[in-house]
Design a protein around this ligand. Structure first.
Ligand SMILES: Cc1cc2nc3c(=O)[nH]c(=O)nc-3n(C[C@H](O)[C@H](O)[C@H](O)COP(=O)(O)O)c2cc1C
Length: 344
């Protein structure tokens, strides 16, 4: 089941789609930390899905479920074809990106600039919905440029709800389409959680999830009191240990994931397999560098994974070596100093 209900109600915790970050290796790692959080792919354009190397762009392992494919595009026909292909690959959800502000994306007329064209987005979603039986969802901003978010987000949401969107994930800040890099567009426009809560109040029957600046599970829980889902991006990637508490805390699951050490050990045979098939250990270990943040040995962990993994011929043994270094430093015996801290 896709939106696996949290303990007492139907809510969802998700790890955000992040280009260059939430690739297959990253998702395999995250899945070792949480069985239930909804994971998202990086954005893949509809054109790439249709014309590109599908096995490379869309392939994933069975144990990555539940997994949503995020598409970029604005052409209903192409998106429909891409959604169909995604469904055939076995994804659990198809999500449309209406939040990315990069120039490359704008020139293709998709991403955040589609906040200016709610009817076009609605046409895309309706077409995708008619082609696949999966949930079709959208991830958007509260507005762009000089739009008034009070008006723009309601107009946008009404259009996509009419089109049948199964979930609206809102990154709770505007995107500024000119003059800000994509990176700055994730921190400079101010967060406005209240705007997303008001959308949820106005649409009580619609799944509305919130994203942006959520740094801890305490914060996620506070959002879940006022929205249907909480999506964590950078904090999950940079400090993946926070994912390890999700199943127990939100899904009432005591069995299952084997904690952070188990999640690391699970990566060793995985990386061996990748290396055996011509891949590089560093492609896997780069996603693990943020683990153990705040624990003794964290710096050594980062060093070993960064430097040793990059050596020619480096293999999965790097992971075991780095884990031993954390253990030797006493990092496995204690709780992290605090979420987000940078202790050695
Ligand atoms: C490296 C990076 C790549 C991103 N790529 C995407 C993407 O492909 N699609 C998307 O919808 N958002 C993308 N985002 C935005 C995140 O999904 C999220 O909305 C944003 O980082 C705010 O959440 P956070 O504060 O929890 O990180 C990206 C963010 C980062 C940091």
């Amino acid at each position: 089941m896709y939106y696996k209900p949290l303990k007492d109600n139907k809510k969802t915790l998700a790890v955000a789609p992040m280009m260059d970050w939430t690739d297959r290796h990253c998702r395999y790692f995250h899945r070792g930390l949480t069985r239930h959080a909804l994971l998202y792919t990086e954005m893949v354009t509809a054109d790439a899905v249709i014309h590109g190397d599908r096995a490379r762009l869309l392939g994933f392992g069975e144990d990555e479920h539940p997994l949503a494919l995020q598409l970029g595009g604005s052409d209903p026909q192409k998106l429909t074809e891409a959604a169909r292909i995604g469904a055939d690959f076995g994804y659990d959800e198809i999500n449309l990106n209406v939040g990315c502000p990069s120039d490359r994306v704008q020139s293709g007329t998709f991403g955040a600039c589609l906040m200016l064209q709610p009817q076009q987005v609605a046409a895309c979603l309706a077409a995708m919905k008619s082609a696949v039986s999966l949930p079709v969802t959208v991830k958007c901003r509260i507005g762009v440029d000089d739009q008034d978010p009070e008006v723009a987000l309601d107009n946008f949401a009404d259009a996509v709800v009419d089109a049948g969107a199964d979930a609206i994930w809102v990154h709770a800040r505007k995107a500024w389409l000119h003059g800000l890099s994509p990176k700055d567009n994730r921190s400079v426009p101010p967060l406005d959680y209240g705007r997303v809560y008001r959308l949820k109040q106005r649409l009580p029957d619609q799944f509305v999830g919130i994203n942006g600046g959520i740094a801890s599970l305490d914060e996620a829980e506070a959002h879940l009191a006022r929205a249907d889902g909480a999506m964590i991006g950078r904090a999950a990637y940079q400090n993946p240990e926070i994912l390890a508490d999700i199943d127990r805390r939100f899904y009432d699951e005591t069995a299952g994931t084997a904690g952070i050490v188990g999640a690391v050990e699970r990566m060793i045979p995985y990386a061996e397999d990748i290396c055996r098939n011509g891949g590089r250990a560093a492609a896997v270990t780069r996603h693990m560098i943020g683990l153990f943040q705040g624990r003794p040995g964290a710096r050594r962990w980062r060093q070993i994974l960064t430097v040793e993994s990059a050596r020619p011929g480096a293999g999965a043994e790097v992971i075991a070596t780095a884990l031993q270094a954390v253990e030797a430093a006493g990092g496995l015996a204690v709780s992290p100093a605090s979420e987000g801290s940078q202790a050695a």
